[in-house]
Design a protein around this ligand. Sequence first.
Ligand code: HEM
Length: 178
Amino acid sequence: MASTPRTERCKNSQPKRSQQPNPITIRQPRNSNLSFAAKGLSTRDLTALSGGHTIGLARCTTFRGRIYNDTNIDANFAATRRANCPASGGDNNLAPLDIQTPTRFDNDYFRNLVARRGLLHSDQELFNGGSQDALVRTYSNNPATFSADFAAAMVRMGNISPLTGTQGEIRRNCRVVN
Ligand code: HEM
C-alpha cells in the first residue's frame, strides 16, 4: 500500500487559513485560476468540483454579504435566507448550500445558480456573465455530464502531491492526528 495517499501527521503543518490562497479569488474564473492551474486542474475542474456544494451547510458569516449586498440574487431566495441570518449576529446560523435538495448529490447546485439562488457570493460568480456560464448551463441540464466531470476532477485533485508510505498517515478521524 506504499502508494496510498496519506495526510500529514503534524496538524500544525497545514498552512493557516490566512496563508492559503483566498478561495474567493480562486473561484473567480474571469480573474484568475492560477492556483488551480498550478496544481494541474482546469477551470472546468474548478466548476465541476464546486458542484460539491450540492450537499452541506454554510454559516451565516460566509453568505451574509451575498444576501444583503449582492444584486445578482433572486429576491425571494434572499428574503428566505435573511430570515435566519441577521445583518449582525447569528454568525453560526446554518443554511443549506443547495436550497432544493441539501442532502442529495445531484445537479441542483447548478440549477440554483441559473436561477440566481447560489448561496455564496463565489458560487454565483460561476454564473454571472462570465466564462463559466455555458458550462453551468450544461451541468444544470445534464446531470450525467456533471457526474462524469465531477468524478474525473476528484481523481485529478486526489493525485495532487499525495503523501505516500511513511510520509504521513491515514487518519481514523479526519479532524485529528491518530
Ligand atoms: C468538493 C467538495 C466540496 C465540499 C464538500 C465543500 C464544502 C463546503 C462547506 C461545508 C462550506 C461552508 C463552510 C462554512 O460554513 O464555514 C464551503 C464554503 C466554501 N467553499 Fe466549498 N466545498 C467543496 C468544494 C469547493 C470548491 C471546489 C471550491 C472552490 C473552487 C469551494 C469554495 C468554497 C468557498 C469560497 C467557501 C466559502 C468560505 C468562506 O467564506 O469562509 N468549495 N464549502
